[in-house]
Design a protein around this ligand. Structure first.
Ligand code: HSE
Length: 428
């Protein structure tokens, strides 16, 4: 295959310009690796006249990304606009309808429309690749789709949002509260245009839903994921968890059970000396567990120009080499529609309570826990705050429904000063 591969790039922001830069600077290397030249034919972005640090006159300009997607002189439509509806989706559909291959970093679009887009593209004989959509520069899609293709995947886990990990690790390191760090992230430009995508766990949930589909051969099912963000994590949770030997992480876990697909993205405690516990700042980590290979850890930059453009380029190179994989690792029309299972897997829990400092308060709480079948492993009471006593309990492994029952009954003891906080502990 020696004819040039022609690209149409929609979106010339940080990632788009990172891709343009690699294509400029590494022509010889790319040709050596693929045996053909890779050329940009045309580009599109919201604003034409903007200093992007490079002259783009050599490329045709399209105001409308749909027109770019439909051009006869491109082979791959590289979608780097973002947003799960609107122009990105419209242009993607136009690209697929006109038989183009698609390379995208758009996790939200694929989490919401991935299955229908995969069905359509495979029917048309085109491919969709999305390495940059999950965990930035970490080659997790290729690891799962190709490197571990001989395994039954047991579990997929990981920290997939760098902004949340930055906030949580900086709370720990500096003793500053959530609100101060949220503000710092806004100033540093770390937050998505809608910050709730980051701190609400949605962005990470999108990523996990894509990994689940490949891992378990199921249709992407983001809507039924158990999802919780980091907004309610207080500095005292970070500090008290650390005191018990844990770190708090926004952790994604997906596994197939007899009851269906369990997918959750929520703040959890992990042992502080575990690989995930030691993950600092904006870094991501994914753990893939296969029945043959055991655990594989992937760690690296989850965002940023170089890392994300590196992932986009890996997809372009894959297509340039003539590799044509199904979007989610097997033909889209064979992906099962897995029922979602709410999380029934037992786990130890961290419970933080603010109790009224009265005789028998702790005994009443212990009785409720015992009656619900929740067994206490460790417990600490901290210095009194006025008339309340902060108490921290780590349970033995318990069923989520037993914990929920206890949490529903604890307020009736009349011993609480504040709503309890309960977080799952994952022994990663
Ligand atoms: N906002 C994401 C993060 C990067 O903080 O990890 C893009 O998904």
């Amino acid at each position: 295959m020696t004819h040039p591969l022609r690209l149409g790039i929609a979106g010339l922001g940080t990632v788009g310009m990172g891709v343009v830069k690699i294509l400029h600077e590494k022509q010889a290397l790319l040709k050596g690796r693929t045996g053909r030249s890779i050329e940009i034919t045309a580009v599109s972005a919201r604003t034409k006249d903007k200093d992007r640090g490079m002259i783009l006159d050599a490329y045709a300009w399209e105001e409308d990304p749909v027109k770019l997607a439909q051009r006869d002189d491109i082979d791959i439509f590289v979608e780097l606009m973002g947003g799960h509806e609107g122009s990105a989706l419209e242009a993607t559909k136009a690209a697929i309808a006109s038989g183009k291959d698609l390379v995208t970093a758009n996790k939200a679009m694929l989490a919401h429309h991935g299955h229908e887009l995969a069905l359509q593209s495979e029917k048309n004989g085109s491919v969709i690749r999305f390495e940059a959509a999950v965990a930035g520069g970490i080659p997790v899609i290729k690891s799962l789709t190709e490197g571990l293709a001989g395994n039954k995947i047991i579990r997929v886990m990981g920290v997939m949002n760098g902004t949340c990990n930055y906030i949580l690790t900086q709370m720990q390191a500096t003793g500053r509260g959530y609100n101060a760090l949220f503000k710092e992230c806004a100033e540093l430009g770390f937050l998505e245009a809608d910050p709730n995508l980051d701190v609400g766990g949605i962005d990470a949930g999108h990523k996990l839903s894509l990994l689940s589909s490949i891992a378990f051969g199921t249709q992407v099912n983001f809507d039924e994921m158990e999802l919780e963000g980091i907004q309610r994590i207080e500095l005292k949770d970070i500090e008290q968890a650390a005191d018990m030997g844990f770190r708090i992480k926004l952790l994604g876990v997906a596994q197939m059970t007899e009851r269906g697909l369990e997918q959750r993205m929520s703040p959890c405690l992990v042992p502080q000396n575990s690989p995930i516990g030691q993950l600092e700042g904006g870094t991501n980590m994914i753990v893939l567990e296969g029945d043959e290979v055991g655990q594989v850890f992937l760690r690296g930059a989850g965002a940023g120009q170089g890392p994300t453009a590196s992932a986009v380029m890996s997809d372009i190179i894959e297509i340039a080499r003539g590799t044509r994989l199904s979007t989610f690792g097997q033909p889209a029309n064979t992906l099962e529609k897995a029922g979602s299972a709410s999380s029934l897997t037992p786990a130890p829990y961290y419970i933080r309570l603010s109790l009224l400092d009265k005789p028998g308060a702790l005994a009443k709480i212990a009785t409720v826990l015992g009656q619900a079948g929740v067994s206490i492993d460790r417990m600490r009471q901290y210095g009194h705050e006025d008339k309340t006593a902060p108490v921290l309990i780590v349970t033995h492994e318990t069923l989520p429904r037993a914990l929920d029952q206890a949490l529903r009954q604890i307020p009736a003891t009349g011993m609480l000063d504040d709503t309890p906080v309960a977080l799952r502990i994952e022994n990663v």
